[in-house]
Ligand binder design. Sequence first.
Ligand SMILES: NC(=O)C1=CN([C@@H]2O[C@H](COP(=O)(O)OP(=O)(O)OC[C@H]3O[C@@H](n4cnc5c(N)ncnc54)[C@H](O)[C@@H]3O)[C@@H](O)[C@H]2O)C=CC1
Ligand SMILES: NCC(=O)COP(=O)(O)O
Length: 340
Amino acid sequence: MSVRAGGPPLVLTQGDPAGIGPELALRAWAGRAESGAPRFALIADPDLMRRTAQRLGLAIRVVEVASPDALDPGDDALPVIPTGHSAAVEPGLPEPASAAGTIASIDMAAQFVRDGRAAAMVTNPIAKSVLYAAGFTHPGHTEYLAELANRLWGVSPLPVMMLWSETLAVVPITIHVPLRRVPDLLTTELIVDTARIVARDMAARFGLPRPRLAFSGLNPHAGEGGALGLEDDAVIRPAVEQLRAEGLDVTGPLPADTMFHARARARYDVALCMYHDQALIPIKALAFDDGVNVTLGLPFVRTSPDHGTAFDIAGRGVARPDSLIAALRLAGRLSVAGTP
Ligand SMILES: NC(=O)C1=CN([C@@H]2O[C@H](COP(=O)(O)OP(=O)(O)OC[C@H]3O[C@@H](n4cnc5c(N)ncnc54)[C@H](O)[C@@H]3O)[C@@H](O)[C@H]2O)C=CC1
Ligand SMILES: NCC(=O)COP(=O)(O)O
């Protein structure tokens, strides 16, 4: 997959410098010819990248550039745009002091895309708790990117998290919220609004003009006619009926425990689930290495690996770059597709 020939490259963010992001960026760069990952520039602390390459014994030169459109396609060095913040951390030992650089990298990536100097942004994993400890008030990238869309594009999107793979695509309708708040946050309006964005972006960006959307229930057996919970019939079913009346191809609410086996998956393109783990457990079980997190609803393309910072293995050279490479490839593909 490639970004538009002759057009701007992708930008990749630093992520948490104590996580596996820096080493995955190096591995994705080293293997880009083989994997077909599109051209990208990394926004990070260049010294962090030099240290990481040395620690892992990777013969990758780092070259500092000012902008993604300043890339020299003939240079084999990894192009790094400095965040202006030092990321002097040890692998596996995250520190809130590095949050400023982590956030600056995301901000700069969005600005480069806004200015047309990058085709799309790919984000390396952040550790939410580390950013929260430094005062970051957004639950994750997904919600923060909606604020950046407002700040830089002047729009107020509902950001929709989709985890996508060739095997399965899932959307958690509520995202980074405690489980006990889910029933209160789940409204017919939120389900309808989320599904409209999924249908629109699947058509415009993924080339599926009428995607088949399957909705999970919230309760066991999708409520068992009300005996095991009321939300399935009172909140989810009216949303499905409204969307069907609008002409969308929808089914549900389906019992969540039986909608992910192979024959069930063949009946839909995207599973819309009621909360984070209901959606993410099946895709991480089926496609952990090649799943991609893509934010729908934004005026720009953003993808990310499906995994987190993996502090337990950071710096050991054993982290697999597959999901990051899949995220780069998908960003390349989506950035040349239509805009919703
Ligand atoms: N897009 C993002 O920024 C995401 C960030 N996170 C953050 O990551 C932090 C850690 O989250 P966890 O739940 O521990 O999930 P995790 O995905 O970081 O790790 C879970 C397990 O998978 C392994 N693993 C993860 N990526 C791997 C890779 N590329 N190759 C080989 N093994 C890999 C880890 O070693 C660990 O055993 C949290 O603070 C969370 O907020 C989690 C998911 C996505
Ligand atoms: N579990 C997925 C996740 O936490 C990703 O969140 P985000 O940082 O992409 O919003």
